[in-house]
Design a protein around this ligand. Structure first.
Ligand code: ATP
Ligand code: MG
Length: 257
């Protein structure tokens, strides 16, 4: 059964979507079957893997109860499929309120497809609303990207509080999958301090792999490609391949399927 990892941090622009796209593609390189579920109305993960506006989308799954399998789209990236998002999803935060099992919509929808994938990565929006809650309730693990910057830890307490609430009531099996330092700049002392602080706070949960600030990572989405298909030798591509290895080895799943 596939492992569901929600990539979440209510702070905007910390590298959630970049991590989802590039970790997914890197796991695909290792011949793991990967499904990305884009639950952010900004739909950046969708466009980032080269998919335009399509119907049905995750909106139809979460709000209208469409079977998730009916919204899966193949990408040009090996082993990688996606349930796309669209701007209509903005309304879902409100529309879901009146729907039964509103926090369980994604989890319920994934039941039928979990066996078809090794990993299911959920790209959450920058908020702690019902959409992110659906991601956390559906997940086995939450991967928290944290940007190497001065206010890096700001809001992390609130995120951990939400994770704890979910563990206590809606999804007791939820674990912190890992904490990932993103946009790391080796020239900045500040980045080293953030890494040390993360290690003190989260211990072994912090991935050994850190993601460097790398312009290729920022350029690739405008070509609808993960960075390994845009510039495989770039530092960004190499870092996400390394992260995929680390994720697989933590799961005892190195090597081909
Ligand atoms: P949001 O909260 O809006 O969903 P996010 O957490 O998903 O944002 P991204 O969209 O992944 O963050 O990244 C924010 C911006 O920073 C994007 O323009 C992205 O291309 C760029 N970016 C992300 N990671 C890196 C990196 N390691 N090096 C350089 N640029 C990066
Ligand atoms: Mg995003």
């Amino acid at each position: 059964m596939g492992k569901v990892i929600a990539v979440a941090n209510q702070k905007g622009g910390v590298g959630k979507t970049t991590t989802v796209i590039n970790l997914a593609a890197s796991l695909g390189v290792a011949e793991k079957r990967v499904l990305v579920v884009d639950i952010d109305p900004q739909a950046n993960a969708t466009s980032g893997v080269g998919i335009g506006k399509v119907k049905p989308s995750v909106y139809d799954v979460l709000v209208r109860g469409l079977q998730l399998g009916g919204a899966v789209v193949k990408t040009s990236i090996p082993f990688l499929e996606i349930v796309p998002s669209e701007i209509d999803l903005v309304g879902a935060e409100i529309e879901l309120v009146g729907i039964p099992r509103r926090e369980f919509r994604l989890r319920d929808a994934l039941v039928d497809v979990r066996d078809e994938y090794d990993y299911i990565l959920v790209d959450c929006p920058p908020s702690l609303g019902l959409l992110t809650l659906n991601g956390l309730v559906a997940a086995d693990g939450v991967l928290i990207p944290i940007q190497g910057e001065y206010y890096a830890m700001e809001g992390v307490g609130k995120l951990l509080g939400t994770i704890r609430l979910v563990q206590d009531s809606l999804n007791p099996r939820l674990r912190i999958e890992g904490v990932l330092l993103t946009m790391y700049d080796t020239r900045l002392n500040l980045c080293k301090q953030v890494l040390e602080e993360l290690r003190r706070y989260f211990g072994y949960k912090v991935y050994k792999t850190v993601i460097p600030r790398n312009v290729r990572l920022a350029e690739a989405p405008s070509f609808g490609k993960p960075v390994i298909m845009y510039d495989a030798l770039s530092k960004g591509a190499q870092a996400y391949l390394e992260l995929a290895k680390e994720v697989l080895s933590r799961d005892g799943k190195e090597g081909a399927r």
